[in-house]
Write a protein that binds this ligand. Sequence first.
Ligand code: GDP
Length: 422
Amino acid sequence: MNTIVTGLQWGDEGKGKIVDYLTESADVVVRGQGGNNAGHTVIARGTKYVLHLLPSGILWDGKTNVIGNGVVLDPIGLVAEIERLEGQGVAVTPEKLLISDRCHVVLPLHKELDAAREAALGDRRIGTTKRGIGPAYADKVNRNGLRVADLLDEAYFREVLAHRTAEANEILSKFDLPTFDADQQAGEVLAAFTRLKPHVANTIPVLHEAWKAGRTILFEGAQGSLLDIDFGTFPFVTSSNTTAGGSCTGTGLPPTAIRQVIGVCKAYTTRVGAGPFPTADEGLADYLHDLGREFGATTGRARGCGWLDAVLLRHGCMVNGTTGLAVTNLDGLDNYETLRICTAYDIDGVRHELPPADRHAWDRAAPVYEELPGWMSDTTACTAYDQLPENARAYLTRLSELCDTPIQFVGVGPDREQTLVV
Ligand code: GDP
């Protein structure tokens, strides 16, 4: 059954583990959006792997992994990722990995343009990861981006890059940021590309053949639904469609190819970067941080933490067409006496069951909470849903009702065995 896995919050939901679980029965794993700003941790056979751009199926033999056209690809970053993985003993061969010739390329200059844009925004900065993802997507929409297919034509690539570099340098010098030498940049990108060239293909027919042959395709979402350029908390979002629709536009597989959409969320909410977060709660944040939880994997930065927000999850389930929820990190709440779920926002005395579009309304959105008793016991050793404490099951049932979506998986710890199938 072809399945999409998307995050329902602001990323870091624990998609990696769910994707890894589903990868076992998948023949093809495909990424359709984002770039190497995303990343998840997969623990397989006792080893920890951090993946940014490579689909999770790369950790397995005999699976086809596809970086679809909707992904923005940083050749230098991808080669570094491949080399890191090869250093851990994972082979990355053209049989295992295909890269769409339609992917837009993230250039070194895009990273500095990211920094320039954040500097220009000042207090209104988005808090991007400065990996050049936003500027690469901007070039795509502006129709002056370079694609993987263009890297195959070196003369053309150099010519366009020279032009693009001159433009970028003008902006960068205004912000006292490093400028670029077009030839040096072209050299670096093309050198990295020699490692990637054998993987480049028109991936659309490959995916269609897999679909027609009844092979199982897993669409691996990056980031989360609230970072979606259309449906997220704009402007504090990423530059692509992280919701289910992005899996189609980003791969060339149509909506009719997809049967199942699994929405991953934590049993509470976390957020990094700037932007609205109505259910943020200092007490819960301190509690989770004291447990050593919710520190960014790459930055070490403490994540903002808050109560489960059913307004946002309801919205996420709607726009994704979520067929099942995967609730992770239930164990994080194991010893908290009274839990809260936000069921609506009160904005100027009016009850809202769905998030507002108006960015100013967020400042006035007061969460309407429902309180539920905690379960005050360790869930990490549970191996089946019915072993969970009654209050934990009640909490999950309430979440499911509020989102009108069944619970399919529950995470009670980072290990593979700690994923309960409902
Ligand atoms: P992603 O950004 O959504 O892909 O998030 P990751 O897959 O990187 O997950 C973040 C971290 O949470 C990883 O270190 C996981 O091992 C861990 N994790 C995932 N699910 C659970 C869970 O149910 N409980 C606990 N304690 N940790 C989890």
